[in-house]
Each structure stands twice: as C-alpha cells, then as structure tokens.
Write a protein that binds this ligand. Structure first.
Ligand SMILES: C[S@@+](CC[C@H](N)C(=O)[O-])C[C@H]1O[C@@H](n2cnc3c(N)ncnc32)[C@H](O)[C@@H]1O
Length: 295
C-alpha cells in the first residue's frame, strides 16, 4: 500500500494586503475549522482551548481571516448586487411616509451584519438610506464593532438586512438559528433580506441542503425573489410577506450540528430549538455576558 499523503499545513502569516486566492481560501477554511472546534469544547478543557487559540494566532487571527474575506469581496461584490436590488424596488431612495404622497420619503433603514468593508455604506450613501454596518471585529471607524446576536435593535424597523457569508462563521447550529430568528424579528413588513452562504454548506453537510435551507426562509414568510447559485455561493434575496410566516420554521429547520462524529467535511446546520434556548445557546450567552462584564 502506498503512503498516505499527509495534508500540507496552511502557510501562515498573511501580508497586509492578501493577493493569493488559494491562501485566502486556506485561511478562511482553517479559521472556521478552529473556531468550530473551540466552541465545541467545554470551558474546563482549558488546555485544548489554549492550543486552538495558539493555532488561531499562528494563522493571523480574525484580522487575517477578514483580509482573506476582503479578497473574495473584491472579486464578487455582494454590495453591488444588494444596491442593484434596492434601486430596483425603490428602497434605495427612501421609504414612503404616506401612501398618498409618494414624494415624501424617509430614509430606508439598512443593516449590514458582518461588514468587512464600507462598500455598502458607500453605495447607499448615493440614495436615501440610513445604513448601519456592524462587525464583531471592525476594520473601519465607519463600521460599528458589535455582535449582532447581543446588540440592541428596534424590532420590525429594518427595511433591508444584509447577511453575507456570516451564517457560516457563526460557530454552531443553535446560534445560526438565533441569528435567522433575530433577522426576521428586526425586519419591517416588505423588508428585503439578502443572505449569502458558501454553496458547500448546502451541498456537503449531512444536516441541510439547498431545498431545506430555502424552506426555512419561505416558512418565515419570505418570498424568494431571487435564488442565485454560483459555483461557490448560494445567494438569497427575499422579501418579507405581510402575513408573516406559517410558524413551521422550527420544524422545518430542526437540524443539529454533529458533535464531531459526522464523517462529512462540512457540518453546517441550523437549529430552531423549540425551547428557544438549547444548551449551546445558553453557553454562548453566558460566555458573552462574562466577556462584557470583564470590559
Ligand atoms: C466571511 S466574513 C464576510 C464578510 C462580508 N460580509 C462578505 O460578504 O464577504 C464574515 C464576517 O462576519 C463577522 N461576524 C461573524 N459573526 C458575527 C456576529 N455575530 N456579529 C457581527 N459580525 C459577525 C466576522 O467578524 C467577519 O468579518
């Protein structure tokens, strides 16, 4: 029998402006693997956690990960796509205040979750939009440093929410379910949701596929105006219906992440726990609270 090929380690340390797509892909994949591994560990596993943290530092941390993601957005601009759709529906130029006076408009509220550049802020500044771009690790003074899951927002007030390549960064299925539910809670009726995930999350995971993922959004009451599938991405543009969802999102989206026992390379899943807070979600929230208490 021939020798098994050993996996080459990811070449670490990125330069300030990343130019290689291969390196960018390796960094983002490794970052996701390490962060998921870290979140699956118990707090008492401090040695294993420290080892993973060291590996993350070696990799260049979240900064290197964001630089790798910036390279991808320079190749495909989600912001340009979003701006095109907002222009098409007229939301780019504000929201009508009074149905009988179409010229009277107030700024449309746009929220970008996980913003690694200011492209959407720049595009929407051309129209009549009040845009808030947030990221847990801000790369620009114009991007607010905030965790979407714990930040405060007015419910039902957003005219558009952009969540591009963020669900796959969220460390577990419970928190992804939380993120989707929160997006929906904040959305105004007729609001636009733009969600992009890597296609592999929906083709390689044993927990979810394209159809079941799209069903989550449909069951929440979104009309899917565009589902775009590229060789790398799955993109949804959905509009929130007046009647809301049919309440089946929980049943339809009840997938769990395998705790390291699944054979597949990708364990992406989304869980809408019926009791609202499952163990993983509680643990995340406790960690979050401890962190903010230390600040
Ligand atoms: C892969 S990058 C995607 C960036 C960009 N939206 C795009 O489409 O390329 C994911 C970003 O989401 C951010 N992020 C992850 N979880 C988040 C959370 N809970 N709240 C805010 N930002 C988050 C990460 O820090 C990272 O900058």
């Amino acid at each position: 029998m021939g020798k098994k090929k050993s996996k080459k380690p990811v070449p670490i340390k990125s330069s300030s402006a990343m130019k290689s797509r291969t390196l960018a892909r390796k960094i983002t994949t490794k970052f996701h693997q390490l962060t998921s591994k870290k979140h699956a560990l118990k707090e008492s596993d401090s040695e294993a956690i420290s080892r993973i943290e060291e590996e993350l530092i070696e990799l260049g941390g979240r900064d290197a990960y964001q630089k790798a993601s910036q390279l991808n957005t320079s190749i495909f601009s989600t912001s340009k796509w979003v701006w095109g759709k907002l222009s098409l529906t007229g939301k780019a130029f504000g929201r009508k205040v009074n149905a009988s006076k179409p010229k009277e408009r107030t700024p449309s509220k746009v929220l970008e979750i996980g913003a690694i550049n200011t492209q959407l802020l720049d595009f929407t500044a051309k129209g009549l939009c009040e845009t808030r771009a947030i990221d847990i690790n801000s790369q620009s003074p114009r991007i607010e440093e905030a965790n979407f899951l714990s930040a405060d927002f007015e419910p039902g007030a957003q005219d558009a929410i952009v969540c591009s390549m963020v669900l796959n960064c969220v460390p577990n299925a419970d928190l992804r379910g939380e993120m989707i539910k929160k997006i929906d809670r904040l959305m105004n009726v007729r609001g636009d949701v733009f969600v992009v995930v890597p296609l592999l999350c929906l083709t390689q995971s044993p927990h979810i596929n394209k159809e079941s993922y799209e069903t989550i959004w449909k069951n929440l009451g979104y009309e899917l105006r565009e589902v775009r599938v590229t060789p790398k991405l799955h993109m949804i543009w959905g509009v929130k219906g007046k009647g809301g969802g049919n309440g089946d999102a929980a049943e339809e989206g009840d997938w769990r992440v395998g705790k390291g026992k699944m054979g597949g390379r990708n364990t992406f899943g989304i869980n809408f726990s019926k009791d609202k807070e499952s163990g993983d979600t509680k643990k995340e929230k406790e960690k979050e609270m401890k962190k903010s208490a230390k600040k």
